[in-house]
Design a protein around this ligand. Structure first.
Ligand SMILES: C[S@@+](CC[C@H](N)C(=O)[O-])C[C@H]1O[C@@H](n2cnc3c(N)ncnc32)[C@H](O)[C@@H]1O
Length: 370
Protein backbone atom coordinates (compact mmCIF):
# COMPACT_ATOMS: atom_id res chain seq x y z
CA UNK A 1 0.00 0.00 0.00
CA UNK A 2 1.34 3.45 -0.88
CA UNK A 3 2.38 5.50 2.15
CA UNK A 4 1.07 9.01 2.78
CA UNK A 5 4.56 10.20 1.86
CA UNK A 6 4.36 8.42 -1.54
CA UNK A 7 0.96 9.94 -2.19
CA UNK A 8 2.40 13.35 -1.40
CA UNK A 9 5.26 12.75 -3.87
CA UNK A 10 2.86 11.92 -6.65
CA UNK A 11 0.45 14.83 -6.26
CA UNK A 12 0.63 16.87 -9.44
CA UNK A 13 0.17 20.56 -8.92
CA UNK A 14 -1.90 21.67 -11.88
CA UNK A 15 -1.43 25.34 -11.03
CA UNK A 16 2.26 24.91 -11.83
CA UNK A 17 1.83 22.66 -14.88
CA UNK A 18 1.31 24.96 -17.83
CA UNK A 19 0.65 23.74 -21.35
CA UNK A 20 2.38 25.26 -24.36
CA UNK A 21 -0.86 27.07 -25.15
CA UNK A 22 -1.18 28.57 -21.66
CA UNK A 23 2.44 29.57 -21.51
CA UNK A 24 3.95 29.97 -24.98
CA UNK A 25 7.69 30.22 -25.53
CA UNK A 26 7.71 34.00 -25.89
CA UNK A 27 6.31 34.27 -22.33
CA UNK A 28 8.75 31.76 -20.92
CA UNK A 29 11.63 33.68 -22.48
CA UNK A 30 10.34 37.19 -21.79
CA UNK A 31 12.66 40.21 -21.58
CA UNK A 32 16.14 39.51 -20.17
CA UNK A 33 15.50 35.79 -19.70
CA UNK A 34 16.46 35.40 -23.34
CA UNK A 35 19.70 37.37 -23.42
CA UNK A 36 21.62 34.18 -24.03
CA UNK A 37 20.73 30.47 -24.42
CA UNK A 38 21.21 28.36 -21.30
CA UNK A 39 20.20 24.71 -21.05
CA UNK A 40 18.61 23.64 -17.78
CA UNK A 41 16.95 26.78 -16.51
CA UNK A 42 13.59 26.82 -14.84
CA UNK A 43 10.86 29.05 -16.19
CA UNK A 44 10.22 32.52 -14.73
CA UNK A 45 6.52 31.85 -14.11
CA UNK A 46 7.40 28.91 -11.85
CA UNK A 47 9.79 31.07 -9.83
CA UNK A 48 7.21 33.84 -9.59
CA UNK A 49 4.58 31.40 -8.28
CA UNK A 50 7.00 29.85 -5.77
CA UNK A 51 8.06 33.26 -4.47
CA UNK A 52 4.42 34.22 -4.00
CA UNK A 53 3.60 30.95 -2.25
CA UNK A 54 6.55 30.55 0.03
CA UNK A 55 8.62 33.71 0.53
CA UNK A 56 7.32 36.61 2.67
CA UNK A 57 6.58 39.84 0.80
CA UNK A 58 9.72 41.86 0.25
CA UNK A 59 11.89 39.17 1.91
CA UNK A 60 15.51 38.65 0.84
CA UNK A 61 15.89 35.72 -1.55
CA UNK A 62 18.91 33.45 -2.06
CA UNK A 63 19.70 31.08 -4.94
CA UNK A 64 22.99 29.20 -4.37
CA UNK A 65 22.82 27.50 -7.83
CA UNK A 66 21.70 30.61 -9.68
CA UNK A 67 22.73 29.59 -13.26
CA UNK A 68 21.35 32.07 -15.76
CA UNK A 69 19.69 34.11 -13.00
CA UNK A 70 16.00 33.22 -13.34
CA UNK A 71 15.43 33.49 -9.58
CA UNK A 72 17.26 36.82 -9.35
CA UNK A 73 15.37 38.40 -12.25
CA UNK A 74 11.98 37.24 -10.97
CA UNK A 75 12.83 38.28 -7.42
CA UNK A 76 13.55 41.78 -8.72
CA UNK A 77 10.28 41.77 -10.66
CA UNK A 78 8.35 40.67 -7.54
CA UNK A 79 9.91 43.25 -5.21
CA UNK A 80 12.63 41.28 -3.41
CA UNK A 81 16.35 41.85 -2.98
CA UNK A 82 18.21 38.77 -4.10
CA UNK A 83 21.61 37.10 -4.02
CA UNK A 84 22.69 34.37 -6.41
CA UNK A 85 25.88 32.36 -6.67
CA UNK A 86 27.33 30.13 -9.34
CA UNK A 87 30.62 28.36 -9.84
CA UNK A 88 30.71 29.01 -13.62
CA UNK A 89 32.06 32.50 -14.44
CA UNK A 90 30.06 32.85 -17.66
CA UNK A 91 26.83 32.28 -15.72
CA UNK A 92 27.84 35.03 -13.29
CA UNK A 93 28.56 37.40 -16.16
CA UNK A 94 25.14 36.66 -17.64
CA UNK A 95 23.41 37.22 -14.30
CA UNK A 96 25.17 40.53 -13.70
CA UNK A 97 24.16 41.77 -17.13
CA UNK A 98 20.55 40.71 -16.61
CA UNK A 99 20.12 42.21 -13.17
CA UNK A 100 22.02 45.50 -13.09
CA UNK A 101 20.35 48.83 -13.67
CA UNK A 102 21.35 50.84 -16.72
CA UNK A 103 21.14 54.33 -18.00
CA UNK A 104 19.27 53.36 -21.20
CA UNK A 105 20.65 56.31 -23.20
CA UNK A 106 24.26 55.42 -22.43
CA UNK A 107 23.65 51.74 -23.14
CA UNK A 108 21.93 52.46 -26.44
CA UNK A 109 24.59 54.88 -27.64
CA UNK A 110 27.38 52.43 -26.73
CA UNK A 111 25.76 49.50 -28.53
CA UNK A 112 25.01 51.60 -31.61
CA UNK A 113 28.54 52.96 -31.65
CA UNK A 114 30.01 49.44 -31.51
CA UNK A 115 27.70 48.36 -34.36
CA UNK A 116 28.71 51.37 -36.47
CA UNK A 117 32.37 50.45 -35.99
CA UNK A 118 31.55 46.88 -36.96
CA UNK A 119 29.84 48.14 -40.13
CA UNK A 120 33.03 49.94 -41.12
CA UNK A 121 35.15 46.85 -40.51
CA UNK A 122 36.31 45.27 -43.75
CA UNK A 123 39.14 42.91 -42.91
CA UNK A 124 38.63 39.44 -44.26
CA UNK A 125 41.26 37.68 -42.19
CA UNK A 126 41.48 37.83 -38.41
CA UNK A 127 44.38 39.97 -37.27
CA UNK A 128 46.75 38.78 -34.54
CA UNK A 129 46.94 35.25 -33.24
CA UNK A 130 43.90 33.01 -33.48
CA UNK A 131 43.33 30.14 -31.05
CA UNK A 132 42.90 26.58 -32.38
CA UNK A 133 39.27 26.65 -31.16
CA UNK A 134 38.43 29.79 -33.16
CA UNK A 135 40.27 28.51 -36.25
CA UNK A 136 38.39 25.23 -36.10
CA UNK A 137 34.87 26.37 -35.22
CA UNK A 138 34.54 29.55 -37.30
CA UNK A 139 34.80 30.40 -40.97
CA UNK A 140 37.63 32.97 -41.51
CA UNK A 141 35.19 35.86 -42.04
CA UNK A 142 33.15 34.98 -38.94
CA UNK A 143 36.32 34.66 -36.84
CA UNK A 144 37.56 38.04 -38.08
CA UNK A 145 34.27 39.76 -37.20
CA UNK A 146 34.01 38.18 -33.75
CA UNK A 147 37.61 39.03 -32.90
CA UNK A 148 37.15 42.59 -34.14
CA UNK A 149 34.05 43.01 -31.97
CA UNK A 150 35.97 41.54 -29.04
CA UNK A 151 38.69 44.16 -29.55
CA UNK A 152 36.06 46.91 -29.07
CA UNK A 153 34.51 45.66 -25.88
CA UNK A 154 36.91 47.29 -23.42
CA UNK A 155 36.21 50.74 -24.90
CA UNK A 156 32.75 50.86 -23.33
CA UNK A 157 31.33 51.41 -19.86
CA UNK A 158 28.90 48.54 -20.48
CA UNK A 159 31.60 46.14 -21.64
CA UNK A 160 29.81 43.19 -19.99
CA UNK A 161 26.69 43.73 -22.10
CA UNK A 162 28.87 43.63 -25.22
CA UNK A 163 30.53 40.47 -23.93
CA UNK A 164 27.16 38.73 -23.67
CA UNK A 165 26.22 39.90 -27.19
CA UNK A 166 29.58 38.59 -28.43
CA UNK A 167 29.03 35.21 -26.75
CA UNK A 168 25.52 34.86 -28.15
CA UNK A 169 26.74 35.70 -31.66
CA UNK A 170 29.69 33.33 -31.23
CA UNK A 171 27.23 30.56 -30.42
CA UNK A 172 25.16 31.18 -33.55
CA UNK A 173 28.18 31.65 -35.84
CA UNK A 174 29.84 28.32 -35.03
CA UNK A 175 30.24 25.89 -37.90
CA UNK A 176 27.57 23.46 -36.72
CA UNK A 177 24.54 21.81 -38.19
CA UNK A 178 21.23 23.56 -37.52
CA UNK A 179 19.98 20.56 -35.57
CA UNK A 180 22.91 20.27 -33.16
CA UNK A 181 23.47 23.67 -31.61
CA UNK A 182 23.47 22.53 -27.98
CA UNK A 183 26.48 20.22 -27.79
CA UNK A 184 28.11 19.92 -31.24
CA UNK A 185 31.11 17.59 -31.13
CA UNK A 186 32.97 18.42 -34.33
CA UNK A 187 32.80 21.46 -36.62
CA UNK A 188 30.66 21.06 -39.73
CA UNK A 189 32.80 22.55 -42.49
CA UNK A 190 30.94 21.48 -45.64
CA UNK A 191 27.29 21.69 -46.80
CA UNK A 192 25.12 18.96 -45.23
CA UNK A 193 21.64 17.46 -45.39
CA UNK A 194 19.64 19.30 -42.70
CA UNK A 195 16.97 17.23 -40.91
CA UNK A 196 15.50 20.39 -39.45
CA UNK A 197 14.93 22.24 -42.72
CA UNK A 198 14.72 19.14 -44.96
CA UNK A 199 17.17 20.53 -47.50
CA UNK A 200 20.87 21.02 -47.98
CA UNK A 201 22.20 23.73 -45.63
CA UNK A 202 25.59 25.41 -45.37
CA UNK A 203 27.49 26.15 -42.18
CA UNK A 204 27.51 29.82 -41.21
CA UNK A 205 30.18 31.93 -42.90
CA UNK A 206 29.96 35.25 -41.03
CA UNK A 207 29.06 36.68 -37.62
CA UNK A 208 28.22 40.31 -38.34
CA UNK A 209 24.48 39.82 -38.77
CA UNK A 210 24.25 37.96 -35.44
CA UNK A 211 26.21 40.66 -33.62
CA UNK A 212 23.88 43.31 -35.00
CA UNK A 213 20.68 41.37 -34.35
CA UNK A 214 21.64 40.39 -30.80
CA UNK A 215 22.94 43.85 -29.85
CA UNK A 216 19.58 45.38 -30.78
CA UNK A 217 17.61 42.54 -29.23
CA UNK A 218 19.57 42.89 -25.98
CA UNK A 219 18.81 46.60 -25.88
CA UNK A 220 15.08 46.00 -26.31
CA UNK A 221 15.01 43.29 -23.64
CA UNK A 222 17.01 45.29 -21.09
CA UNK A 223 14.67 48.27 -21.56
CA UNK A 224 11.62 46.01 -21.22
CA UNK A 225 12.87 44.58 -17.94
CA UNK A 226 13.74 48.08 -16.65
CA UNK A 227 10.04 48.98 -17.00
CA UNK A 228 8.93 45.88 -15.07
CA UNK A 229 11.35 45.56 -12.19
CA UNK A 230 10.21 46.82 -8.81
CA UNK A 231 11.89 50.04 -7.70
CA UNK A 232 14.52 50.07 -4.98
CA UNK A 233 15.61 46.42 -5.19
CA UNK A 234 18.94 44.99 -6.25
CA UNK A 235 20.63 41.68 -6.93
CA UNK A 236 24.07 40.57 -5.77
CA UNK A 237 25.92 38.00 -7.86
CA UNK A 238 28.65 35.93 -6.19
CA UNK A 239 31.10 33.82 -8.10
CA UNK A 240 32.31 30.73 -6.27
CA UNK A 241 31.63 27.31 -4.83
CA UNK A 242 28.33 27.44 -2.92
CA UNK A 243 29.73 24.95 -0.40
CA UNK A 244 32.06 27.63 0.90
CA UNK A 245 30.78 31.06 -0.05
CA UNK A 246 29.79 33.63 2.51
CA UNK A 247 26.39 34.68 1.13
CA UNK A 248 26.33 37.85 3.21
CA UNK A 249 23.68 38.46 5.84
CA UNK A 250 20.39 36.73 6.54
CA UNK A 251 17.85 35.55 3.97
CA UNK A 252 14.09 35.00 4.20
CA UNK A 253 13.85 32.25 1.62
CA UNK A 254 15.59 30.16 -1.04
CA UNK A 255 14.30 29.25 -4.49
CA UNK A 256 16.76 27.11 -6.41
CA UNK A 257 17.23 24.28 -8.90
CA UNK A 258 20.45 22.35 -8.28
CA UNK A 259 22.33 20.52 -11.03
CA UNK A 260 21.47 16.81 -11.32
CA UNK A 261 24.03 13.99 -11.78
CA UNK A 262 25.04 13.30 -15.37
CA UNK A 263 22.50 15.61 -17.02
CA UNK A 264 24.12 18.85 -18.18
CA UNK A 265 27.73 20.02 -18.23
CA UNK A 266 27.30 23.68 -17.31
CA UNK A 267 30.77 24.79 -18.36
CA UNK A 268 30.80 22.81 -21.62
CA UNK A 269 27.50 24.20 -22.90
CA UNK A 270 29.15 27.66 -23.13
CA UNK A 271 32.55 26.50 -24.32
CA UNK A 272 32.68 29.14 -27.10
CA UNK A 273 32.12 31.89 -24.50
CA UNK A 274 35.02 30.72 -22.33
CA UNK A 275 37.22 30.54 -25.43
CA UNK A 276 36.30 33.95 -26.84
CA UNK A 277 36.03 35.89 -23.61
CA UNK A 278 39.11 34.30 -22.04
CA UNK A 279 37.19 33.35 -18.88
CA UNK A 280 38.75 31.02 -16.35
CA UNK A 281 37.02 27.66 -15.89
CA UNK A 282 36.16 26.01 -12.58
CA UNK A 283 35.05 22.62 -13.90
CA UNK A 284 36.48 20.63 -11.01
CA UNK A 285 34.17 22.45 -8.57
CA UNK A 286 31.00 21.95 -10.64
CA UNK A 287 28.63 19.50 -8.90
CA UNK A 288 26.70 16.83 -10.79
CA UNK A 289 29.39 15.53 -13.13
CA UNK A 290 28.95 11.85 -14.03
CA UNK A 291 26.58 9.21 -12.71
CA UNK A 292 28.86 6.41 -11.46
CA UNK A 293 28.39 5.26 -7.85
CA UNK A 294 31.32 7.38 -6.75
CA UNK A 295 29.95 10.38 -8.67
CA UNK A 296 26.52 10.00 -7.02
CA UNK A 297 28.15 9.83 -3.58
CA UNK A 298 30.17 12.95 -4.29
CA UNK A 299 27.00 14.65 -5.52
CA UNK A 300 25.02 13.83 -2.37
CA UNK A 301 27.83 15.06 -0.13
CA UNK A 302 28.48 18.15 -2.25
CA UNK A 303 24.85 19.32 -2.49
CA UNK A 304 24.31 18.56 1.22
CA UNK A 305 27.32 20.77 2.00
CA UNK A 306 25.79 23.56 -0.11
CA UNK A 307 22.48 23.38 1.77
CA UNK A 308 24.23 23.20 5.14
CA UNK A 309 26.09 26.37 4.17
CA UNK A 310 22.84 27.96 2.94
CA UNK A 311 21.08 27.04 6.20
CA UNK A 312 23.59 29.10 8.18
CA UNK A 313 22.58 32.15 6.13
CA UNK A 314 18.83 31.80 6.72
CA UNK A 315 16.49 33.24 9.28
CA UNK A 316 15.07 30.46 11.52
CA UNK A 317 12.13 28.78 9.79
CA UNK A 318 12.88 30.30 6.36
CA UNK A 319 11.61 28.18 3.43
CA UNK A 320 14.07 26.39 1.14
CA UNK A 321 12.29 25.63 -2.13
CA UNK A 322 14.12 23.15 -4.35
CA UNK A 323 13.02 22.30 -7.89
CA UNK A 324 14.43 18.95 -9.02
CA UNK A 325 13.59 15.78 -10.91
CA UNK A 326 14.95 13.45 -8.23
CA UNK A 327 14.50 10.14 -10.03
CA UNK A 328 17.27 8.54 -7.97
CA UNK A 329 15.66 9.62 -4.67
CA UNK A 330 18.83 11.32 -3.47
CA UNK A 331 17.16 14.29 -1.81
CA UNK A 332 15.83 12.72 1.40
CA UNK A 333 19.46 11.99 2.35
CA UNK A 334 20.71 15.36 1.08
CA UNK A 335 18.17 17.22 3.20
CA UNK A 336 18.87 15.16 6.28
CA UNK A 337 22.63 15.64 5.97
CA UNK A 338 22.21 19.39 5.55
CA UNK A 339 19.94 19.74 8.59
CA UNK A 340 16.87 20.84 6.62
CA UNK A 341 13.45 19.41 7.30
CA UNK A 342 11.18 18.43 4.41
CA UNK A 343 7.76 19.96 4.92
CA UNK A 344 5.99 19.50 1.64
CA UNK A 345 6.65 17.95 -1.76
CA UNK A 346 4.63 18.33 -4.91
CA UNK A 347 5.13 17.53 -8.55
CA UNK A 348 4.64 19.47 -11.75
CA UNK A 349 4.44 18.55 -15.39
CA UNK A 350 7.20 20.16 -17.41
CA UNK A 351 6.99 21.40 -20.93
CA UNK A 352 10.40 20.69 -22.55
CA UNK A 353 12.63 22.15 -19.92
CA UNK A 354 16.06 21.40 -21.41
CA UNK A 355 15.08 21.88 -25.03
CA UNK A 356 15.95 18.28 -25.90
CA UNK A 357 13.06 16.31 -24.49
CA UNK A 358 9.86 16.16 -26.41
CA UNK A 359 8.07 13.61 -24.22
CA UNK A 360 6.59 13.60 -20.73
CA UNK A 361 8.77 15.04 -18.03
CA UNK A 362 7.99 15.79 -14.41
CA UNK A 363 9.86 17.58 -11.69
CA UNK A 364 9.39 17.89 -7.97
CA UNK A 365 9.15 20.95 -5.81
CA UNK A 366 10.55 20.22 -2.35
CA UNK A 367 9.77 22.68 0.39
CA UNK A 368 12.08 22.37 3.40
CA UNK A 369 12.71 24.59 6.42
CA UNK A 370 15.83 25.80 8.10
C1 LIG B 1 20.14 23.61 -12.84
S1 LIG B 1 21.32 24.90 -12.98
C2 LIG B 1 20.48 26.29 -12.31
C3 LIG B 1 19.66 27.00 -13.35
C4 LIG B 1 18.90 28.19 -12.81
N1 LIG B 1 17.80 27.80 -11.94
C5 LIG B 1 18.34 29.02 -13.98
O1 LIG B 1 17.13 29.13 -14.13
O2 LIG B 1 19.15 29.51 -14.77
C6 LIG B 1 22.51 24.54 -11.75
C7 LIG B 1 23.68 25.52 -11.64
O3 LIG B 1 24.49 25.12 -10.52
C8 LIG B 1 25.82 25.54 -10.81
N2 LIG B 1 26.75 24.84 -9.92
C9 LIG B 1 27.23 23.59 -10.02
N3 LIG B 1 28.07 23.33 -9.01
C10 LIG B 1 28.12 24.44 -8.23
C11 LIG B 1 28.82 24.79 -7.04
N4 LIG B 1 29.65 23.95 -6.45
N5 LIG B 1 28.61 26.03 -6.52
C12 LIG B 1 27.78 26.92 -7.13
N6 LIG B 1 27.10 26.64 -8.28
C13 LIG B 1 27.28 25.41 -8.82
C14 LIG B 1 25.99 25.23 -12.29
O4 LIG B 1 27.04 25.98 -12.86
C15 LIG B 1 24.61 25.58 -12.85
O5 LIG B 1 24.61 26.87 -13.39
Amino acid sequence: MASTQDALYRRIDLDLSWSEHELPERERTKHVHRLHPYLGKFIPQLVQALLERHVPNGGRVLDPFAGSGTTLVQALESGHDATGSDVAPFNCLLMRVKTREYNPFVLESELRDALARLDRFELVRPSGSVSPFVRDWYAPQAAAELLFFRSLVEDYEHADVLRVVLARAARSARRTTHFDLDFPRTPQKAPYWCHKHRRECRPVGEARRFLRRYALDTLTRVKEFARLRARGHAAVVLHGDARELDFGGRFDGVVTSPPYPGLIDYHEQHRYAYELLGLEEYRELELGKGSSRAALRAYVEGVADVFANVRRALRPGAPVVIVINDRRELYPEILERSGLELEERYRRHVNRRTGRRAGEFFEDVLVARA
